[in-house]
Write a protein of this length. Structure first.
Length: 265
């Protein structure tokens, strides 16, 4: 099983998950050209993508959806609320007939040998979700764009081999940064984004010996940077009520504008 970030950040997101026979994308928030270039580095062609799973309808997660799907006719899976938001997004253009397919949170959908389970997250979108993907032997998950987490979130992220986990902002950088006050409150709110500290605390709750890779994603360009996210999350792990130290955990940070963190399981 393979997990890779094609792009991850406030300006665009696209994650690849595959097992050699089945190929999935989680979000296409970058141009079709960039998606294709990223897939090429993974030796995957656009027409080989079996499905696109959309976490929510914000433009940094669906920007390239229309152009990609008009070329490849790729099925798009999302919750009913997200599909409604996609249909209202005029910048996507007309999508091929019948391409949007509704999923329900907590119900497993099979794509080839991959079992995909959406799980609800807390974000200011219309029925957003994360995704857990398993192939019978390995399990990975994508959990970004969540302002908070609870026992349900932790349960959906247990027993993973790899995870893409949001570490959006440093609280101090956000507080003193250029964002207007209402936007700062939104980002820090329970339907906003996980700070580096909260990301580290969530990681503490899902750590186990089988977790082979943690990729921090969706970093804010204005309110975070890779080294700070990495060190803060490591520190939270070391301070947490668990037997692990930060340096024990294989943590990487997804790049904003390039393929990064190719994880082979």
């Amino acid at each position: 099983m393979r997990l890779c970030s094609i792009a991850s950040g406030s300006s665009g997101n696209c994650i690849y998950i595959g097992d050699g026979k089945s190929h999935l994308l989680v979000d296409t928030g970058i141009s079709k050209k960039r998606v294709e270039e990223g897939l090429k580095q993974l030796d995957v062609k656009g027409e080989e993508v079996d499905a696109i799973f959309v976490t929510h309808e914000h433009i940094d997660h669906i920007q390239g959806l229309g152009v990609f799907c008009r070329k490849y006719k790729t099925p798009v899976y999302a919750t009913g609320g997200t599909i409604e938001g996609i249909r209202k997004c005029s910048t996507l253009g007309k999508l091929p007939e019948g391409i949007l397919r509704e999923v329900e949170v907590d119900k497993v959908l099979k794509v080839g040998r991959l079992a995909v389970r959406p799980f609800a997250i807390s974000h200011d979108a219309n029925e957003p979700c994360g995704y857990r993907v398993e192939n019978g032997a390995k399990a990975v998950a994508v959990a970004t764009d969540l302002g908070t987490y609870n026992a349900y979130t932790v349960e959906n992220l247990k027993a993973l081999d790899a995870v893409v986990l949001e570490a959006n902002h440093d609280i101090h950088m956000l507080e003193v940064g250029p964002y207007p006050y209402p936007l700062k409150r939104r980002v820090m709110g329970e339907r906003g984004h996980l700070s580096n500290e909260l990301s580290g605390r969530l990681l503490c709750d899902i750590l186990h010996d089988g977790l082979k890779s943690v990729m921090l994603g969706h970093l804010s360009k204005e309110n975070n940077y890779a080294e700070l996210a990495y060190e803060t999350v490591k520190l939270e792990v070391s301070l947490g009520d668990n037997p692990y130290r930060g340096e024990d955990i294989p943590i990487t940070v997804a790049k904003r504008d390039a393929v990064s963190g190719i994880i082979e399981l």
